[in-house]
Every structure is written in C-alpha cells, then in structure tokens.
Design a protein around this ligand. Structure first.
Ligand SMILES: Cc1cc2nc3c(=O)[nH]c(=O)nc-3n(C[C@H](O)[C@H](O)[C@H](O)COP(=O)(O)OP(=O)(O)OC[C@H]3O[C@@H](n4cnc5c(N)ncnc54)[C@H](O)[C@@H]3O)c2cc1C
Length: 447
C-alpha cells in the first residue's frame, strides 16, 4: 500500500488494541454520521499479530483482585461472547485454585462477581475444594488448596486467529492496514503540543488524532512522545515515592507439553476450563524427586489444538536489566534473551503432575522449542489508558491485554466524546494523586 499523505486517525500497532480500536472507531464514526473506516489507518512496523497478541496464551478471565479490573473484564468477556467464531473464542470457563494465603482475596473476588452478575461458583475449605476438583478431574491431587473459584464464563481464544478475525472486520469496515512501516517520531506545531503528523520510515503521515497500541514497544513510543521516564507515586498514607521507572519488563514463562490435548477432558468428556493453580505446598521434581521450591508458586494450563498439546505457563520473571538496555526486538520466540529454558520446563511439568496424575511421566513430551516473550509493565503493573499531547490516546495494558477486547471499543467511544467510567480508573494521573488500585497476594503481577 502507498503511504498516504494524510489520514484523520492514525493507529500505531496491529495487535488486539490497535485493531479493536480501529474496528470499533469505524463503527462509531459511521453510527454518528461523522466518518467511516476510510478515515482510519493502522500502521505496523512488522505485520498483523506480530507482537504480544500473536503469541499470547489467549486466556480470557474475570478473576482480578482490583474491582475496576473485574468490571472492565466483565465488559470484555461480553464482547468475546458476542462473536465467538469471528474471534476464535472458546467459552470453556476459568478456575482460580488457591491456598489459604489467598483465600480472603479470592472470596472478595467471588463476592464482587456475584454483585456484578458475573456467573461463578466459589468453593471453600480443603475437603470441599478437593471434592469439587475431583468431580471435574478424577485424578486431581494438588495439595494445600483451600478455595476454588470457578468462573463459568471466560475461557480462551486462539491468538493469531482472533487477531486476524479482528483485522478482517476492521478492513471490511473500510480501515486500511499498512504493515512493514515503522513509526519513528511525531510532529507538532508547538513543542509538547498536539500531534500534526506521524513520522515513519517511509515518510510522514499528517493526522488529526493518534492512537498508540504498541504493546511491549510502548516505552519507545512513549519516549518519542516526550513523556516522562520516571514517575512519582503517592501511597495510601500520602507518602511520595520519587523516580520510579515508568516501564519495566517482565519475561513471560510459557510452553507446551506435546501430549494429545484431549487428555485434559473433564470426567464427563467435556472441554475443560482453563486451570490456574497458585500454591504454597512444596513442589517436587518429577525427574528426581528433589525439592524445586517451598515458596509460593503458580501455573496455568489448558488444552490447545493449535499449539498441539497442553499449553500454559508459570509466574513471569522480572527482567533485572536497566529497561533502557532491554532489546524488545527480535520479539517472542526469536529473542535470544527472553525465551524459556529447561528450568521452566522442569518446574511447569512437575507442577502439572503435582496437580493431576495424568501428567505424571509426561515431561519427556515437553515441546523443546522457543516460547515466551516479554511485556512492558507500568509502575503498579496495571494499565494506563489516557490521552497525552491533546490528541494522542495511549493504550498501555501492562501486559493484561489480550483478553481486553473491549478496551478498543471504549477508547473509540472516548475519542468520539463519550467518556468511559470503566476506563476512568486507569488514568496516568492516579500515580500523582495516589488513586491506586488494591494489591493482591497472588504470585503473579497481573492478578
Ligand atoms: C507470552 C505471552 C503470553 C500472554 N498471554 C496472555 C493471555 O493468556 N491473556 C491475556 O489477556 N494476555 C496475555 N498476554 C498479554 C497480551 O498478549 C498483551 O497484553 C496484548 O497482546 C498487548 O496487545 P497490544 O495490541 O497492545 O500489543 P501487540 O500485540 O504487541 O501489538 C503491538 C504492535 O505494535 C507494533 N509496533 C510497535 N512499535 C511500533 C512502531 N514504532 N511503529 C509501528 N508499529 C509498531 C508491533 O509490530 C506490534 O505488531 C501475554 C503476553 C505474552 C508475551
């Protein structure tokens, strides 16, 4: 595609957020009679689904400790449910299986789900939790579990298929998608003022409005926008914490056990829910019986016919390197630095066998191929959805975001003048104002 000289709306990134915003903005403009998809250009330096959206495990859940996240996720799940085929979505449900240290947190999640009408079952106490799990999986045997939250909605979607589905919908609505075109900077009439053009490797594109959905590359676009490298955060007691880096990276640990995905069917032969287990029970090696850890650990898994096995992951690892020195490219499985290794396979396969006997003796089938990828996280590991430089909407999901299909729809509404109460708790100003979200006891930075 020839590079246009001008397009009213330029969206950077052809991942879940860029494409969802493009598609829904096209609809919004048309409904309001103020434009159409022809006014929207998506620009991606590589290709559709070339970023985190294309390698995500694809889990869609509501289970979050922060009320604002739960409400936003309930909205997103509705959108996934609205067109399961177009989004390659599998509504199999989701289970959060937890030890006593997380019991109270998860009980409050269950209560809030009841309050917002999000269907789930909450089982408390070691004996009842074990019986509930055995009623689904006869070989269940995880130790130290005292609560089970079974979300009847949610599940997972096939990562690239859903992003291509979204791209098709956007293109059918008239949106143009320009790939192989890197954004390198922005032009404005006054320093730090509204953006008048997006600079790319292939030339300049004049525009009235910019949306940034750059996923793990958000730090570089943030810097092009001249936004602060560090922030001050006010805590709940009013104390100020200065010079905290705006972006840190975490390396996601995911892989696939190359067994028949059908191995994980429930007792009655149904497709199983996505399983997430957090535990403080000692975890022993399936290889030699040695202790892997006696500290809190967590895993998630689901059968996946596209990945060809049982696919899932464990808690991510914070990248210790100075964020300025982290190479995001080459991304995902191509990265020389951020793919999982033998240690992950050992821990994850041992944890699978700790939970269910059917995974005993299967570690040899672990698919020894590069997997995993990094995510850019905000200072509180929660999203920032906000407008900067007067006409630039930044969607920085802090790596929560494949499941957040609805964010683009809400952003499209805000661009057209309809403020969203669901997005409001995620403004950048929350750091300075101390309007922070509660923090859970989960070992994962995004729960
Ligand atoms: C291994 C892994 C597993 C995950 N699993 C899940 C999960 O199960 N559930 C879940 O909800 N979330 C999951 N996530 C998080 C989720 O994938 C991300 O939060 C989400 O996909 C980010 O979407 P995005 O549209 O912001 O970015 P991306 O999908 O990364 O898209 C950004 C796009 O921007 C383009 N780009 C970047 N810089 C430029 C530039 N300068 N010029 C032009 N184009 C540019 C890139 O090429 C890329 O295509 C996972 C993440 C990883 C890494």
């Amino acid at each position: 595609m020839a590079i246009p000289h001008h397009c009213k709306y330029v969206i950077i990134g052809a991942g879940i957020h860029g494409l969802s915003t493009a598609y829904h903005l096209a609809q919004e403009l048309r409904t309001r009679g103020i434009g159409s998809g022809r006014d929207i250009l998506v620009v991606d330096k590589t290709a559709i689904a070339a970023g985190a959206s294309g390698i995500a495990c694809g889990v869609v859940r509501n289970n979050y400790f922060q009320p604002a996240m739960r409400e936003l996720m309930a909205y997103c799940v509705e959108l996934w449910e609205s067109e399961p085929q177009a989004y390659s979505y599998h509504p199999v449900g989701y289970m959060q299986i937890s030890p006593e240290s997380m019991h109270a947190d998860v009980a409050s999640i269950a209560a809030q789900q009841r309050a917002i009408g999000y269907e789930s079952v909450f089982v408390e106490g070691a004996r009842d939790a074990d019986a509930y799990m055995k009623s689904l999986f006869h070989d269940w045997r995880a130790q130290g579990i005292t609560s089970v939250l079974h979300e009847k909605r949610g599940g997972y979607a096939n990562n690239t298929a859903s992003i291509y589905g979204l791209a098709d919908k956007a293109e059918s609505a008239g949106v143009r998608i320009l790939t192989g075109c890197r954004v390198t900077g922005f032009k404005s009439s006054a320093a730090g003022g509204a953006i008048t053009a997006v600079e790319t490797e292939r030339g300049e594109i004049g525009c009235d409005y910019v949306v940034v959905g750059a996923g793990p590359w958000v730090k570089s676009v943030w810097e092009m926008l001249g936004l602060p490298k560090t922030v001050t955060i006010k805590d709940s007691a009013g104390g100020l914490h200065h010079d905290l880096p705006m972006w840190v990276y975490w390396s996601l640990q995911e892989g696939t056990l190359g067994v028949d995905p059908a191995i994980q069917k429930t007792n009655d032969g149904a497709p199983p829910p996505v399983i997430h287990v957090d535990s403080d029970a000692p975890l022993y090696s399936v290889v030699d019986g040695s202790l892997i850890t006696d500290r809190m650990w967590g895993i998630y898994y689901k059968p996946d016919f596209k990945f060809g096995g049982i696919q899932g992951g464990a808690a991510p690892i914070k990248v210790a390197r100075d964020p300025d020195r982290v190479a995001v490219d080459p991304y995902g499985p191509e990265s020389p630095d951020f793919v999982v290794g033998a240690e992950f396979a050992h821990m994850w396969c041992s944890a699978l066998a700790h939970c269910q006997a059917r995974f005993e003796g299967q570690i040899g089938k672990y698919k020894n191929q590069p997997s995993g990828g990094i995510g850019a996280f905000t200072p509180d590991s929660l999203p920032v959805f906000d407008v900067f430089r007067e006409n630039c909407y930044v969607i920085a999901d802090s790596n929560h975001g494949y499941k957040m299909l609805g964010v683009g729809k809400l952003v499209a509404g805000e661009i057209c003048g309809a403020p969203s109460t669901l997005l409001a708790p995620f403004r950048f100003s929350r750091y300075a104002e101390g309007k922070l979200h509660p923090v859970s006891h989960s070992p994962f930075p995004w729960s």
